[in-house]
Write a protein that binds this ligand. Sequence first.
Ligand SMILES: *Cc1c(COP(=O)(O)O)cnc(C)c1O
Length: 400
Amino acid sequence: MKINPVTLPVKDRFALPDGMIYLDGNSLGPLPRHVDGILSSMVTDQWGKHLIKGWNQDDWMGQPMRVGNRIGRLVGAPRDSITLGDTLSIKVFQALASALHMRPERTVILSDSGNFPSDLYMAEGLIKHLDKGHELRLVSPEAVESSLSDDVAVVMLTQVDYRSGRMHDMQKITQLAQQAGAVMIWDLAHSAGAVPVDLASSGCEFAVGCTYKYLNGGPGAPAFVYVRPDLIPNLSPVLSGWLGHAAPFAFETSYRPAADIERMRVGTPPVLQLTALEAAMDVWDDMDMLALREASIHLQEVFIAEVEASCPELVLASPRNFAERGSQVSFAFEHGYAAMQALIAQDVIGDFRAPNIMRFGFTPLYIDEEDVRRSVEILADIVNNRLWDNPEFKKTRRVT
Ligand SMILES: *Cc1c(COP(=O)(O)O)cnc(C)c1O
C-alpha cells in the first residue's frame, strides 16, 4: 500500500478528555473518535436487526483474519499469517506449545527476567501440564545471546520490556537462536503500533501481541498470533477448538486443523471487541511507522532531558540510548507510587510498576512536545514540593 504520511500528532482522531495528558497508551490506548459510532451501529443494526444472520451477512466470522491482515501491515507480516482471539496469555500458551512440539528432543525454554510475568506463568503452567522434564530458564536480558546452548528448544522474549522499555534486537537474536537450533517466539505487546517491526525479514517462527495497548482496540480487545507461513501446514495446535477446525460446520467428532492460520483460532470470536478494534485500525491507514518512530524518540528525548534537569531525585530506569528503547520511558523514584497518584490527580496519566518505577508511554499519535513539557512541569512540582506526601496518594488500589 502506498502511504502519504500524515503530520503527527493526529489528536483529532481521538476522543481524549479535555486537559488530559495521556502517557499510558502503552497500557490502554485511548478511544479513537469514530469507534463509538461504528460500535453502536454494529450493536443496533447488526446484532439488533440481523441477529444470527450477522455471522454471514456482516462477515463476523471473517473478522479475525481481516483484522489480522491490517495488523500485519504494521508488523511486517505476510498476508494471512495472523489471526486474533482470546487474550495474550492464551496466545503465548498456544505459540509456546506448538513451538515445543517442533523440538521434541530439547527441554529448555529460554526467556529473560524482564519478561512480563504472565508469559512466564503460562510457560510454567505448560511445563507442569506436559510433565516431560521441561525447564524455564531465566537469564538477564543481556545474557540471552550467550545462553543459547544446544538444549534450548524455544527462545521466548518480549521485545520491549514492559517495565524499563528496553528493546531487544529482534533480527539479531532471532538469527542467533535459530543458528543454535531453537525456535523463536516474540511477544510484541509493547512493539505493535509503537516501533517498526518486520516479522517476515526477522524469520522468527512465532509472534504474539496485544491490541488494547498501542493499537487502541479497547479494554479486553483480543490478542494476535503470527505463525511463519511455511510452518502453518505442519503446525500442531494444542487448543483444538471447533473454529480452528478445517470444517467447523461439518461437526465431525474428531479434530482436523484448518489448512491455514485459522487453525490458531479456538472458539467464538469476541465480535464486539473485534468490531471496535477493526474500526480503531483505521487510525493507522496513512501511518508510516518510521515517521512515528522518529516522532516517538523525539518526545522521549525531550522528556528525559526535562525530567533530569528538573527532578534530581528521579533516576532514569530505561536505556539512555534511544535505539535500545521502545516507546516508553521509566524513572525510578522511591515514592513513585504516591507521586504517580498525585500526577494522575492533575490529569497527567502514566502508571506505576512495582517496586519503584514510574512509567510513561509516548504515543506521537496524540502527544506533542508541548504536552511533554507541561507534564514535566507538573511532575517537577509534585516531586520537588513533596505534593505526593499525602495519605490520599498512598492508598493502594487494585490496578496500579
Ligand atoms: C500486556 C501484556 C500481557 C497481557 O496479557 P493478557 O492475557 O492480554 O492480559 C501479556 N504479556 C505481555 C508481554 C504484556 O505486555
